[in-house]
Design a protein around this ligand. Structure first.
Ligand code: SF4
Length: 378
């Protein structure tokens, strides 16, 4: 059994380039600086080479930013680097995030040729006005074209969708879910729009030029996804994630189980030997440091045994299969019930957590109040 101290079998690689920074985005992104792609690839190669020798992984996830913002020759160079330093085990999962805009057949061919077998498209919505609000540069037709490019090349593709967008109605959200399902993806992730400090949306909300949907409407949209997607063949396997049987993300399961992973690129986190190291979020600082032979790590935190277990308990509860008491005790060397203390019986009595004796899991009301449950455990 893997534990937090096992050798990682998963890796995350961050590609920070985007055409434009969307108003709600607080990821590690650099917009309009595609000229830095060569330096980025050079720095990434240096970080990968610090592994000393290639490390086989079972799951590899290339996220962003927009990995497909790289020009094809640069994308090929990136993928070849990953194949060299992080070879994928037989039947491994190699995922990449992509923007539907400018996603061509040649892009899908390049990905497939280099072993990518799962693509997550940042669709967000099928409504033109909402996509404009979100400052996205695609429309429903663009998504259909990207799906055409993937079909027959990489059939394991999924969509990210956002609900709770200003002016979005419940009917509009359901229409987006319907349009998503019509395109027959393998996976759908649904995220409530958040207003993170430092983003343009946060400022606009402060200035009251952007009005969030109310909490009850947002909860109704989440509830609709939890009813509607399973009724259309997509099982909910995590708070935000729905998949056709067998198409669940194996990479994200590593995070949710508190297992170790490598991380490369600006802003990327790695979790190795119980220590979490996060690279500098400023792309230019990360570049400058790595290219001058210094470490790109900006922050490092070694979790105590209890912190590790508490975090894993909460992350595990995000999954609809919940947390198995015996697996948890073996992996984290502490009994779930003694760690959770008084909180657990109280949450069970409140109807937010279900307990079948072997494992605990969030109930449906518990999923709607997940942040409050997390606060009890962290
Ligand atoms: S495309 Fe995605 S990563 Fe890039 S700015 Fe927009 S939300 Fe952020």
């Amino acid at each position: 059994m893997q534990t937090p101290f096992s050798t990682p079998r998963a890796a995350y690689v961050h590609v920070p380039f985007c055409a434009h920074r969307c108003g709600y985005c607080d990821f590690t992104v650099i917009a309009g600086r595609d000229d830095l792609a060569g330096d980025y690839l050079h720095a990434l190669e240096l970080e990968l080479a610090a592994l000393g020798h290639p490390r086989e992984v079972d799951t590899l996830f290339v996220g962003g930013g927009t990995p497909t913002q790289l020009a094809l020759p640069e994308l090929e160079r990136l993928l070849a680097l990953l194949q060299r330093w992080l070879p994928l085990s037989a039947a491994g999962e190699f995922s990449i995030e992509a923007n539907p805009a400018r996603f061509e057949r040649a892009t899908a061919d390049t990905l497939r040729t280099h072993g990518v077998n799962r693509v997550s498209l940042g669709v967000q919505s099928f409504s033109a006005p909402l996509l404009r609000t979100l400052e996205r540069d695609h429309d429903a037709e663009t998504v259909a074209r990207a799906v055409d490019a993937l079909r027959g090349r990489i059939d394991n593709f999924g969509f990210d969708l956002i609900y709770g967008v200003p002016e979005q109605s419940l009917d509009g959200w359901q229409a987006s879910l319907q349009q998503a399902v019509n395109l027959q993806p393998a996976h759908i992730s649904t995220y409530g729009l958040t207003y993170e400090k430092g983003t343009a949306f946060w400022t606009r909300r402060q200035q009251q030029t952007l009005t969030p949907v109310d909490d009850a409407s947002e909860a109704a949209m989440y509830s609709t996804a939890m009813d509607w997607l399973p009724a259309h063949g997509f099982d909910q396997y995590e708070l935000s994630n729905f998949a056709r049987p067998g198409r669940e993300s194996r990479h994200n399961a590593v995070y949710w189980q508190g297992l170790p992973y490598y991380g490369f690129g600006p802003g990327a986190a790695a979790y190795v030997d119980g220590t979490r190291r996060t690279n500098h979020r400023s792309v230019t600082t990360w570049l400058k440091r790595v290219l001058s032979g210094e470490s790109g790590v900006g922050a490092s935190e070694t979790l105590s045994t209890e912190e590790r277990a508490r975090e894993a308990l909460w992350l595990g509860l995000r999954r609809t299969c919940g947390v198995d008491r015996s697996v948890f005790a073996e992996r984290f060397e502490v009994a779930l019930d003694s760690l959770a203390g008084e909180s657990l019986p109280a949450l069970i009595a409140a109807g937010w957590i279900a307990d079948d004796g072997r494992s605990i899991r969030l109930t449906r009301p518990g999923r709607l109040l997940a942040d409050k449950v997390a606060a009890e455990f962290l």
